[in-house]
Each structure stands twice: as structure tokens, then as C-alpha cells.
Design a protein around this ligand. Structure first.
Ligand SMILES: *[C@@H]1O[C@H](CO)[C@@H](O)[C@H](O)[C@H]1NC(C)=O
Ligand SMILES: *[C@@H]1O[C@H](CO)[C@@H](O)[C@H](O)[C@H]1NC(C)=O
Ligand SMILES: *[C@@H]1O[C@H](CO)[C@@H](O)[C@H](O)[C@H]1NC(C)=O
Length: 235
């Protein structure tokens, strides 16, 4: 019964998306290529060729040949966001790290509802991370390190499945603990999942200067979850 309902829900989601998106993922992939300077990409092996899309560089498929992973790191993707990602409804993993996008984080990412892993490190991203990102509620790993981000929404740390959050080397100026909601013990509420975060290398004036990564503050969680800096395991 549960499985049936889940299958129906998935079918509905796919049907909704397919009304506005091409049925064939390879068309969506080529839209990304065309709209983001594909001609200038570094070694986009097989892209646009007759080869199966699942053999295009950086593309991972499931057994039904739907795209579930996209790793375009270091490929010179830009200068605009590959918004056609929205037409890859089963995407679970996205890696755009080390590409020249140089803009803010778009609301559109929150619409990638199946995402579990998101790596947007070293992309020249500026400004505030939009709260809409929290709509991608199954995210387990988020890497936003090495950008020029000035703030993150508090909902980011209370995401139910989040295990790893890397915000290091940005322009975050707020007090760390307040910003991450640790004062309220939000980190403890993420029970059942390991949680580590890295907020080192930011210009924040106060906060966890002595331990900027992965430590649950004393007294917030039971003592057995107090761990070394950088590990921050929370069971
Ligand atoms: C994204 O790609 C970079 C460069 O290839 C790699 O170092 C990094 O581990 C990848 N990120 C994830 C989350 O796998
Ligand atoms: C995300 O989805 C919502 C509702 O499905 C839609 O209204 C919105 O335009 C989408 N956002 C973007 C940036 O496309
Ligand atoms: C935290 O981020 C800094 C800067 O990116 C990095 O050098 C350091 O290794 C990271 N620490 C951990 C524990 O991952």
C-alpha cells in the first residue's frame, strides 16, 4: 500500500515535469550544453554525439537510463546557470564545482526535489543563499565553499537529512553559532544522522573562533556526541 502510493506519487511528479520538459533526458542535457557555452567546455567527451547519453562525460544514469547524476566540475560551464537542470526530474547528485558562474544562487535549485548531493564550491557565487534551497529537502551533502556568499538561511541547518554542510571560505560575517542555529540546539534535532559542518575561513567577528568545524557546543547535546573538531558526529 505504501509502495503503491509512493509509485503513484512519483509517477505524478514525473508526469507533471514531463508536461513542460522533453521526455528524453538527452534533449535536456543538450539544452544545458547549448545555453552554457558548450562550445567552450573543456573536454565534453561524447556530448552531442550519437553515443548513449549515459556515456557522456559527467553523466550518470540509473538502470532505466534516466539521468541521476551530473558532474560538470572543472568543465568551464557558464556564464549563466544551467536552468535546464529542472528537466532532469530524477537528478540526485549535482556537481558544478570550479566553474565560472559568478552570480547568486538561483531559486531554481530548490526545485530539484530529488537532490541528495550538491557541490557548488568555487564558482564565484555571490550574495545570500536563498531559503528556497531548503525545498530540496532530501539533501544530504551541500558544499558551498570557496565562494563570496554573505549569508545562509537558518533553515539550511535544520534540513532533515543533512549530513555535511561546507560553508568554508566565504564572506559570512554573522556570528557562527547564531547563524547555524546551534544556540537553539537545532543541530541536536537532526537526530539519527551524522552532521558535520565547516565554517572556517570566513570574516565573522565572533562565534566559534576556536573550533570552526563540526563541533557540537558543550551542553547542547548529550556528552557522547561531543567530538573532535571537524568530525561532529551526531547519532
Ligand atoms: C565534485 O567534483 C570535484 C572535482 O572533480 C571533486 O573534488 C568533488 O569531490 C566532487 N564533489 C562531490 C560532492 O562529489
Ligand atoms: C519552481 O517551481 C515552482 C512551482 O512548481 C514554480 O512556480 C517556480 O517558477 C519554479 N522556480 C523556478 C526558479 O523555476
Ligand atoms: C574546513 O575548510 C577549510 C577551508 O576550506 C579546509 O582547509 C579544512 O580542511 C576544512 N576542515 C575540515 C575538517 O574539513
Amino acid at each position: 500500500m505504501r509502495i503503491e502510493r509512493y509509485t503513484l506519487a512519483m509517477a505524478a511528479i514525473i508526469a507533471v515535469c514531463y508536461c513542460i520538459c522533453p521526455i528524453d533526458d538527452s534533449i535536456s542535457l543538450m539544452a544545458i550544453y547549448d545555453n552554457c557555452n558548450g562550445d567552450m567546455w573543456i573536454e565534453p567527451t561524447n556530448w552531442g554525439s550519437d553515443a548513449n547519453k549515459c556515456d557522456w562525460k559527467g553523466v550518470t544514469c540509473n538502470s532505466e537510463e534516466h539521468v541521476v547524476g551530473l558532474d560538470l566540475s572543472f568543465m568551464n560551464v557558464g556564464p549563466t546557470w544551467p536552468t535546464d537542470l529542472e528537466c532532469l526530474p530524477l537528478l540526485r547528485s549535482l556537481n558544478l564545482s570550479n566553474n565560472p558562474i559568478f552570480s547568486s544562487v538561483p531559486d531554481m535549485l530548490g526545485n530539484l526535489s530529488g537532490l541528495k548531493t550538491l557541490d557548488l564550491s568555487h564558482m564565484g557565487l555571490v550574495g545570500e543563499v536563498p531559503a528556497s534551497l531548503c525545498s530540496a529537502e532530501f539533501l544530504r551533502e551541500i558544499d558551498l565553499s570557496g565562494n563570496y556568499l554573505t549569508s545562509v538561511p537558518s533553515c539550511l541547518l535544520s534540513m532533515p537529512f543533512l549530513q555535511t554542510l561546507d560553508l568554508s571560505c566565504n564572506m559570512l560575517a554573522e556570528d557562527y553559532s547564531g547563524m547555524l542555529g546551534l544556540e537553539q540546539g537545532v543541530a541536536c534535532i537532526i537526530g539519527g544522522f551524522a552532521t558535520s559542518y565547516n565554517i572556517s575561513c570566513n570574516p565573522a567577528k565572533s562565534g566559534a573562533e576556536t573550533c570552526e568545524c563540526g563541533r557540537i557546543p558543550q551542553g547542547v547535546c548529550p556528552s557522547e556526541v561531543e567530538t573532535e573538531c571537524g568530525v561532529g558526529l551526531l547519532e
